[in-house]
Design a protein around this ligand. Structure first.
Ligand code: GLC
Length: 534
């Protein structure tokens, strides 16, 4: 039995997305060209040839705008400039030009849910409560009995409200107090962001990854969120945050209308809008990429999951059958523990990634994932992430933010001086240079996977037919002349390929090029892409 999903052959109107593979660069930790221990734009430009060699089409850069750095750039104090620690506007131009010469597109990160508390809008809002800027933010009176206006929590703990002592009102922040949330019901905020988008589109950027896209609007009455379960006193802020149903602070209906407005700004530039959306429900997430809204949305849930083959298969297949083309697939980013550690091995991570490459949409890798890197090792005293520095109960996100390991030089070739974040040196076999020399390395496996996708567009483009199997830890999808079988389980899986002659295009644990016919075995924790042999 097969389930056939009618699907358009293209992702949408931005044709350059078709068949593309994305790669996230965490700018602070990618390459330092100036010798201050902090990654910068010129450092990224110097490594674009590497990304092209790997087969990357879209480079997503994390925020490099002026920022006091309370949340490492996700607290922006000026949306139309570059922080001197990351370079200059000229460096942006050079980076874009070089990427375009190499045939790659570049997507920046925009942070519209909140600004930095150092942004001139917020400074004015605090200094002059009667100013227009006051209503750019969400200031509210205390609850009738005193204290915060409602029970909302910050992702980074504890309350989502901080008191402005001068006025006696609280401001809302779903992250740090230094990241005040904007009021997206205010037309001036909407107009300000239209201008910010245009500023960068005119400069040649190819699109934006939209930070916390699901957070923009809050319920106008600010009701309490319902609590789902009680958590232990020792629970970290994220666990605490998700012990509530985010009925009134996240994923509000009107967000889609804002996306449509942004799309009207982006469309004439052929620029792409890609959501970071913490929405797990497949049907609700599909709304973000409904016609006229965003081009793509990340599906973040698998990136938070530990190794759980059945659950992983259920999530991937469930969403791929709900929204076959406009998902940006990802199991790793700068907020999540590295999948080689989370899943328990690099080969599991590649097995899942290989499935992702066969689901339509656009798969994204996070820097270092192509090396099968496990988490970085950091002394607890050297942690930087505010989630851990402000909450003793959480390890935070530093483990995935340690510098890119280029070679075996001191600091792994990332910088000439101690990097902004101290971590254990990576061994030679975990570096780009070390793996480059070894044709059996993770780096070469990933490179081949990217190339297979490019040369066999059936894998992502042809009408997908999910083949029913008797195993919940296996997914099999046929697209045109290809068949991808993901066996995430711990037992081999046999499948009958019938009388046709097939060839193994890519097997996550090796074996490419072998021919296959009749009943074949797919090894445990392995994904294989077969193609009908000519
Ligand atoms: C997003 C970013 C994360 C940041 C948060 C607040 O989730 O990926 O790094 O801390 O938004 O801006």
């Amino acid at each position: 039995m097969t389930t056939s999903i009618p699907t358009p052959a293209t992702i949408g109107t931005k044709r350059w997305l078709n068949g593309a593979v994305g790669y996230e660069v965490y700018v602070r930790s990618f390459a330092d060209s100036t010798g201050d221990g902090i990654g910068d734009l010129a450092g990224v430009t110097g490594r674009l040839d590497y990304l092209r060699w790997l087969g990357v089409d879209i480079v997503w850069l994390t925020p490099f705008y002026p920022s006091p750095g309370f949340d490492h750039g996700y607290d922006v104090s000026n949306y139309c400039d570059v922080d001197p620690k990351h370079g200059s506007l000229d460096d942006v131009d050079v980076l874009l030009e070089r990427a375009h010469q190499l045939g790659m597109r570049v997507v920046f990160d925009i942070v519209p849910n909140h600004t930095s508390s150092h942004h001139r809008w917020f400074q004015k809002a605090l200094a002059e409560p009667s100013s227009a800027e006051r209503d750019y933010y969400l200031f509210r009176d205390p609850a009738p009995g005193g204290g915060p206006p409602n029970n909302w929590l910050s992702h980074f703990g504890p309350s989502a409200w901080s008191l402005d002592e001068a006025s006696g009102q609280y401001w809302c922040h779903l992250f740090l107090p230094e990241q005040p949330d904007l009021n997206w019901r205010n037309p001036s905020v909407r107009a300000e962001f239209d201008a910010i988008y245009k500023f960068w589109f005119e400069r040649g950027v190819d699109g934006f990854r939209i930070d916390v896209a699901h957070g923009l609007l809050k319920h106008p009455d600010f009701p309490d969120n319902p609590q789902i379960e009680r958590v232990a006193d020792t629970a970290g802020p994220i666990e605490r945050f998700f012990s509530f149903e985010h009925k009134y602070d996240l994923d509000q209906e009107g967000n889609i209308e804002i996306f449509q407005r942004w799309q009207d700004v982006a469309r004439p530039y052929d620029a792409v809008l890609l959501a970071e959306s913490g929405v797990d429900d497949h049907a609700r997430l599909a709304r973000y990429v409904s016609p006229g809204a965003l081009d793509l949305t990340f599906f973040l849930k698998p990136g938070w999951m530990a190794w759980d083959p059945e659950k992983l298969i259920r999530e991937f297949v469930g969403l791929a059958t709900t929204e076959p083309m406009r998902i940006a697939w990802v199991i790793s980013n700068h907020d999540q523990a590295r999948p080689a550690s989370r899943f328990g091995s690099a080969h599991r991570s590649l097995a899942v990634t290989t499935l992702m490459f066969a689901l339509g949409g656009v798969p994204f890798l996070y820097q270092g994932e192509e090396l099968g890197s496990p988490n970085g090792e950091i002394d607890p005293a050297d942690r930087h992430d505010p989630i851990s520095t402000r909450n003793a109960t959480d390890e935070g996100r530093d483990v995935c933010r340690t510098p890119m390991a280029w070679n075996s030089d001191r600091f792994n070739g990332f910088s000439a001086v101690e990097p902004w974040i101290k971590s254990a040196q990576r061994p030679a076999e975990m570096t780009v240079a070390g793996q480059h020399e070894n044709p059996r390395s993770a780096l070469h496996r990933y490179r081949r996977l990217l190339s297979i996708r490019k040369h066999h567009p059936d894998i992502w483009q042809a009408d997908p037919k999910f083949v029913a199997t008797d195993r919940a830890d296996v997914a099999a999808v046929q697209r045109g002349r290809t068949l991808t079988v993901a066996n995430l389980g711990s037992e081999a899986f046999s499948i009958n390929l019938g009388d046709l002659r097939w060839r193994v295009l890519f097997a996550s644990q090796g074996g490419d090029g072998e021919s296959a016919r009749g009943v074949v075995n797919v090894a445990p924790e392995t994904t294989v892409i077969f193609a009908v042999d000519q």
